[in-house]
Design a protein around this ligand. Structure first.
Ligand SMILES: Nc1ccn([C@@H]2O[C@H](COP(=O)(O)OP(=O)(O)OP(=O)(O)O)[C@@H](O)[C@H]2O)c(=O)n1
Ligand SMILES: C[C@](O)(CO)[C@H](O)COP(=O)(O)O
Length: 263
């Protein structure tokens, strides 16, 4: 299936506090998070997991950061022979995805009747996703799903809590963990269906963008079933300094491989 990968990389990384927008943070050998993420997409393409048409990357609008990340995209495109288009993002992740979807559509061309284009929406903040996860998402789309998300089981007990009058919190309930999944990216979609779902969510106003923490939510709201496929612990999102330490340790050439660590 003709597939375009959409990497959202326009976040500020306020929780990482790296002093630069997160996609520019250095990881492992010093290459940026965005470079590592692009290389994971190239690895998935090289392994045959995805039939890559092109990559669209959504970048921060801050000038210096945008120029540096555009350079990353250009170098990757030239080195790997993959078409890469970059566009500026928006205030919320969903705004950035919408900006990226316009670029994906331009890269994919019109959808002829009966034809399907796939889009894989992926976080630059997840730089270590193995090809098998891309493969599992594409398999679900190939079997006819309009939406597929990789997910892993939740290991903690998850409780709901509410504020108390004294300023603290108290537990209001405990969720059934057997039904909970931590959802990762890349999330795969039929392109036309995702465009329509985002247009629908946008009609609900700007509050809608903040409420959509992933793209599957837009599809769920539009009434599409969302297939769940196996994610991978290596698909973790680099959100905090601890996550970056973990990713650096995993990429340290003197460390045991993920297989040796039984990841
Ligand atoms: N306005 C935004 C916000 C997020 N993202 C992207 O969405 C992914 C997941 O977001 P997250 O990890 O939360 O990144 P940040 O928003 O940068 O982090 P924080 O919330 O800590 O500022 C990241 O690849 C990020 O670049 C984006 O493209 N545009
Ligand atoms: C899309 C996502 O990575 C799926 O887990 C996640 O919802 C992004 O959330 P964030 O709060 O923007 O990091």
């Amino acid at each position: 299936m003709n597939t375009t990968v959409l990497i959202v990389a326009a976040g500020s990384g306020s929780r990482l506090q790296a002093g630069v927008p997160k996609a520019l943070a250095a990881l492992g050998d010093g290459r940026t998070l965005l470079e590592h993420c692009l290389e994971s997409v190239a690895a998935a393409h090289a392994s045959g997991a995805i039939e890559l048409n092109a990559v669209a990357v959504v970048l921060p609008s801050r000038q210096g950061a945008a120029a540096a990340l555009e350079d990353v995209c250009r170098t990757f495109a030239a080195h790997r022979g993959i078409t890469v288009r970059s566009v500026p993002g928006g205030a919320e992740r969903a705004d950035s995805v919408r900006a990226g979807l316009a670029a994906v559509r331009a890269l994919s061309g019109e959808t002829a009747p009966g034809e399907r284009h796939a889009v894989l929406v992926h976080d630059a903040a997840r730089p270590l996703v193995p090809p098998a996860v891309f493969q599992a998402v594409m398999t679900a789309l190939g079997e006819g799903a309009a939406a597929a998300v990789p997910a892993i089981a939740v290991v903690d007990t998850i409780k709901t809590a509410a504020g108390t009058d004294s300023g603290g919190e108290r537990v209001t309930g405990t969720l059934d963990r057997s039904e909970l999944r931590a959802v990762q990216t890349p999330q795969g979609f039929d392109l036309s269906a995702l465009e329509a779902a985002h247009r629908r969510a946008e009609r609900e106003g700007p509050a809608g963008a903040a409420a959509l923490t992933d793209d599957a939510m837009a599809m769920e709201a539009a009434g599409h079933p969302v297939a769940v496929v196996p994610g991978d612990p290596l698909g973790f999102k680099i959100t905090t300094p601890l996550d970056l330490m973990l990713a650096n340790a995993l990429l340290d050439p003197s460390s045991p491989t993920p297989e040796e660590r039984h990841l």
